[in-house]
Each structure stands twice: as C-alpha cells, then as structure tokens.
Design a protein around this ligand. Structure first.
Ligand SMILES: Cc1cc2nc3c(=O)[nH]c(=O)nc-3n(C[C@H](O)[C@H](O)[C@H](O)COP(=O)(O)OP(=O)(O)OC[C@H]3O[C@@H](n4cnc5c(N)ncnc54)[C@H](O)[C@@H]3O)c2cc1C
Length: 286
C-alpha cells in the first residue's frame, strides 16, 4: 500500500516511476487469496480511516463499488471503535485498483539498490536493511503472526463480524469471513498472538493449525472440525513509530512502521515520501 500510494502520487506529478514487486500480485499484507472460488482476507482484516484524505480514498472506493462499511462492533472490543471497512472482492482488490495504470514488474525481488534518481523502499525495515543501511530501518521492531483459514463443513454460528480474544495465549482475533464478504460462507480467519507465532515459527502446519482451530472453537463456541490452512507473516506488525517516512540521501523508507500499523498509515507514508521527493526534485538540493 505504501509503495502503490507513493507511485500513484509520483505518476500524478509527472515523475516517471518503476515499481518492482517480489510477489506476483500487488497488496503485500493487504492480502486476499482465492479458496473454493471465493476470496478470503488473510492479512489486514479490515480498513479504518481517521485521516480525512484516506477517508476520501475509502469513499472513492465505495462509489466504485470496491469497498463498503462493514461493522463498528467486534466481540471483546473495549469502548467504541471506528467503522471497519471491507471489500466484496477481498481487500487486495483495493491495492489492485491503485496498481492499475502503474508500470509494475511483478515477481521481481530487489536484491540490490536499483540505479535511479531516487529509490523508495516501501517494505518492512528488516527487509529494507538487506538493500541499504538506513538508520530508521534499524530502529524498527517487528512481530510475526500466523493466520489460519478455517473452513467448516457448514455454518453453525450466527454472523458475528469479528472478535478480539483478549489475553489469550494463542489467539488474538477471529473474523467471520462469510460475514465480511457478505456470502455467509462457513469460513473464519484467525490471527495468532505474536508470541504464539514466534514459538511455532519452524513448525509443521499440523500442530499450530490444530491449536488455532481449537482456540477458535472454544472462543466462538463451535464444535465441528474445520479444514485449516496457515499463512505465516514473519513481519506482520511493527512497533508503532512516527515521522511519516525516513530518507537517507536519495533512498526513502516508507510503510506502516511510521505510525500505528494500519493500512491507512502505509498509504499516508507512501504519499508523504512521494511529496517530499517531488518537492526536493523541484528544489536546488536535488
Ligand atoms: C495478520 C495481519 C492483520 C492485519 N490487520 C489489519 C487490520 O485489520 N487493519 C489494518 O489497517 N491493518 C492491518 N494490518 C496491517 C496492514 O496490513 C499493513 O499496515 C499494511 O498493509 C502495510 O503496508 P505496507 O505497504 O507498509 O507494507 P507491505 O504490505 O508489507 O508491503 C511491502 C511490499 O514490498 C514487497 N517487497 C518486500 N521486499 C521486497 C524486495 N526485496 N523486492 C521487491 N518487493 C519486495 C512485498 O512483497 C510487499 O508487497 C494487518 C497485518 C497483518 C499481517
């Protein structure tokens, strides 16, 4: 999201941009994958906005039919929460929308700093450090998460949007993906605690999947055994930072580590890096 927001801002200002993406599709942790003919959100669970510009971005996606308000109520939620938005085509479709009309080289892992007037590393700090020694990247602290897609034979629960499972050793959140997507498919998506993910890093799928499925069963009150698929996020969540973005010479670092780890933060960070770059390019110190 940071890289796409940055590239869009630069292109709109007439700056030529090349985007290189390791994966075969855009979105990074704004991730949805197709299972049984439907999209499942396996990274970010929803999108929230408290920044007016990002709220405007969400409204445009709403008008285009790509996103809609989903819920402001999760079980286990303390106090009031902002509206959570979901996407009928999966949250990755929002990244795909930003990616339209950009020149993107997919399946291209950057292994050294490319030759360019400027480079924006829009990725977790530890990954950026392999390419450039950016002091701000060294300061970032990241936690892992294991995501489990739980597919049940049938829906035996009422739609519940999502639940925060507070103070649980295994489970942090569980979302009703059928409710989120609106098709009421019997699919839940669970996110582990960072400690659980760290403790089960090298494990086979089996034990970690079973423990997550058991924890979800107990938390939501579901008896049946689901099919379980795990997705591991080594760099899932940074410790909240500040500053919008970092710059070291003509190398920028952008992403969700420059605020609270949210989609909105990544979008704002990429845009801020682009604006700085545009301004410096027009000035004499370029
Ligand atoms: C399990 C989970 C749940 C979450 N829940 C929410 C939520 O409910 N709401 C919310 O707002 N946020 C949530 N988040 C956070 C949100 O997903 C992120 O804040 C946001 O997507 C980060 O975007 P980004 O652009 O900073 O980084 P990323 O999405 O990590 O993007 C980095 C990109 O760089 C690419 N890349 C990395 N290294 C290289 C390289 N060497 N060469 C080429 N490409 C490279 C990666 O493939 C990736 O596409 C969640 C995250 C996770 C993992």
């Amino acid at each position: 999201m940071a890289g796409l927001a940055c590239a869009r801002e630069l292109v709109d200002a007439g700056v030529p941009v090349r985007v290189l993406e390791r994966s075969g599709e855009p979105g990074g942790r704004l991730a949805s994958i197709k299972r049984d003919g439907r999209m499942v959100d396996v990274g970010a669970a929803y999108v929230t906005a408290d920044d007016p510009a990002f709220h405007g971005r969400l409204q445009t996606w709403r008008i285009d039919g790509l996103a809609h308000p989903w819920t402001d109520t999760f079980q286990g939620q303390h106090g009031t929460a902002p509206m959570r938005w979901s996407a009928p085509g999966g949250l990755r479709s929002l990244a795909a929308d930003l990616a339209r009309e950009l020149q993107i080289g997919y399946r291209t892992e950057v292994t050294e700093l490319p030759e360019a007037e400027a480079v924006v590393l829009a990725m977790p700090g530890p990954e950026a450090l392999r390419l450039a020694d950016i002091p701000a990247a060294r300061e970032q602290v990241w936690s892992p998460v294991v995501t489990a897609i739980l597919t049940y034979a049938e829906r035996t629960w009422r739609p519940f949007a999502g639940a925060f499972v507070n103070d649980h050793p295994v489970l942090a959140t569980v979302c009703d993906d059928g409710d989120r997507r609106g098709d009421l498919a019997p699919v839940l998506v669970a996110h582990s605690t960072p400690a659980f993910a760290a403790g089960h890093e090298g494990d086979d799928e089996g034990p970690a999947g079973m423990l997550l499925a058991e924890a979800v069963g107990e938390a939501i009150g579901i008896g049946g055994k689901p099919e379980v698929e795990l997705i591991r996020w080594r760099y899932a969540a940074p410790r909240p930072g500040h500053g919008g973005f970092a710059r070291h010479g003509n190398v920028y670092l952008a992403g969700d580590a420059f605020g609270r780890p949210r989609v909105q933060t990544a979008w704002l960070s990429g845009r801020a890096a682009a604006r700085d770059l545009i301004q410096r390019r027009q000035s004499t110190d370029w």
